[in-house]
Design a protein around this ligand. Structure first.
Ligand SMILES: [Zn+2]
Length: 195
């Protein structure tokens, strides 16, 4: 097999990120079964550790969108949305649902597929030189206000710090967007295409 120092897989995921994800997802993120590597096997044995994209629409090389699941779950889900897949016989037979899946999947469903896609984003007209959108916590329902606070904590825990002029903020990237919270405002901007 050919060795490549930068990426070890067909999706172009940095080796470092893949290692981190494989260390985190020791059992299948959906059915919790123990998995094996099968480095030289063609095809997909049911207990093979495979790379899973939580969001099938990508980005395909981004850490927050990646997890490890078994070959059986991977082929059963295929391109279905998670909540649709959970209703299939395969998931019902194995008790796979939004409560039983591993944390990275629960986070994805709660914040990424849920909260931030449901919110109505407003274009920040006052700062056209830095194109971005925002939502105000005060405009949200009581339920979404709680999710706003949870997402705030989530960004702080999982994000990265970066200076913007003289101030430092914590950012979190997912789904081709960068998110950051300042007080009661959640901001997002499109990321420029990598590479
Ligand atoms: Zn599985």
């Amino acid at each position: 097999m050919e060795k490549n120092n930068f990426m070890s897989n067909k999706y172009g995921i940095p080796e470092e990120d893949e290692k981190e994800i494989r260390a985190r997802d020791k059992t299948c993120i959906y059915c919790h079964k123990a998995m094996k590597k099968y480095p030289n096997t063609k095809g997909t044995p049911g207990d093979k550790a495979t790379i899973e994209h939580l969001n099938n629409d990508g980005p395909f090389d981004e850490k927050s969108n990646l997890a490890i699941c078994c070959g059986n779950c991977n082929s059963s889900r295929n391109n279905k949305e998670l909540l649709v897949w959970f209703k299939t016989q395969y998931c019902m037979d194995r008790n796979i649902n939004e409560k039983t899946v591993a944390e990275p999947v629960r986070v994805y469903i709660r914040y990424i597929e849920g909260f931030i896609n449901r919110c109505v984003w407003i274009f920040a007209k006052t700062m056209p030189e830095i194109p971005h959108y925002y939502i105000l916590k005060d405009d949200l329902s009581e339920y979404d206000k709680k999710l706003f606070d949870e997402f705030d904590m989530f960004i702080k825990k999982n994000g990265y710090n970066k200076k913007f002029y003289s101030k430092q903020y914590t950012y979190f990237n997912t789904g081709n967007c960068r998110y950051w919270i300042i007080g009661n405002i959640l901001n997002r901007t499109a990321l420029e295409h990598k590479n």
